[in-house]
Design a protein around this ligand. Sequence first.
Ligand code: NDP
Length: 505
Amino acid sequence: MSSVTEYLNYIDGKYTGGDSVEFTDVINPANSRTVFKVAKGTEADVDRAVQSAKQTLESGVWSGKTPEERANVLMNAAMLIFLNKDKLANLESVTSGGTIRRTSTVDIAITAATFYMTALTLKELPRVEHAMCPPWIVPVHSYWKREPVGVCAGITPWNYPMILAAWKIAPALAMGNSIVVKPASTTPVTTLEMAGLLRMAGLPAGVFNVVCGPGGAVGERLVTHPDVDKVAFTGSTEVGRRIARLASDSIKRVTLELGGKSPLIILDDADMDLAVNVSLFAFLLNSGQVCESGTRLFVPRHRQQELAERMVEKIKKLTIGDQLDMATDLGPIANAMQLDTIVNYVETAQKEGAELFYGGQRLTGGDYGRGFFFTPTIFINCRNDMTIAREEIFGPVQCVIPYDDVDEAVAMANETIYGLGAGICGKNVAETQKLAARLRAGTVWINTWHMLRPDAPFGGYKQSGLGRENCYHALLNYSEVKHICQDLTPGADDKFFNPLIGLNK
Ligand code: NDP
């Protein structure tokens, strides 16, 4: 008889059942088998986690430490993530469907580097800034410094659970905040493991808590909790809008990293081999389940057919299957609901007249058994106003849109509610740089895609989000600025304000 490991929530420095009486099954999307059971947190668990975070914040046990002390703990965390890379990568792959080839290399490296680079940036962040020569008639000394926002809530999705949790945890802790994270219900285990590693790294109990459970209950309790000061969310634009509305009642600080429909413009002079590889990588990494995936491919009309044919040649050589096998190129779709979403979008595309060039089916039978597999799919001769070109599909579906001149391509690229990523393939450096300036997106890649540097800001224009994650920009987003102003004149008669309201009489 096989036993399934049970995970508990992490509150006040301990793995605890808390008020949870139920467990949620976490499954492997390659075969639908239950791999873990995770305690389903309650609103009462959220209250206990927030209380613990608040108490530790007020005690100064973490918020009162020097930036060097906090940076040291973050660096220890980076090292522990590397030391535990095999376990973490395995857990991440088996629950999210990400290939082990990727999770054990890129995901581990980015997660660890997020803690490490955040620590380095923290050490360089100015502690205080002074204004020694005030524009006043009396001597005044002013300085301002950064302080924690308070208790932060992180709500994370299922596509890159470890990295996206680290993007919230590292900057929150760096600036002395306490944080409660609610991971996606289908992929909570690596975040729970990280909680234990951070404790081992030297983080005091109560500073970082994890409560698992449904977004509508556990997530919303966090977003509306009176003692939560900031909410950082990554997920769908629809839920992001709701979170922004709920958080606005108490004017909580909000960081949102939402959906995308990123355009990739292939210029006429682009090298075809490069254009093929970038176009494929842009929409196939993690089977397209990446918020900044390049899923609108703008191609000069006369090059469309050749580009599509050459993409298909390469797709046919890819191995789709068990994500835990090092030889696998593309794993399963992360969950059944997401697979249904993709199937529905492909049907809609065909009804709206998009031309299916390749793929478009769920893979079943044989090794695919009860898994959620979908073929890489290419539609050609799409229009920018079709549903598949306007809405985020979050699957391996490329939508090729032919264009006749570059200005038209740029206009179509920007004609979207989103603005997370964008890209250009072309030989002429000056031309690509000029175009990059015209694209309305938080990140523009030239002759590459998915380069998420832990030391570069990441976030969206328009409805793709609010604020920026990573390093310096994240540190600003996780702190408040306090201006302290001291009048250096000693006596009551010296005050500049006396004559203003007649106090010198
Ligand atoms: P959601 O936006 O619903 O989920 C993301 C996180 O938010 C999860 O932890 C979820 O919890 C939580 N959540 C859900 N509802 C609420 C709520 N009312 N209040 C607070 N937290 C909530 O994404 P889905 O999983 O439903 O995926 C739907 C679509 O979202 C995808 O098809 C894709 O287009 C997009 N998406 C975008 C991502 C990105 O990186 N920007 C990542 C994932 C999805 P729970 O898991 O318990 O539902």
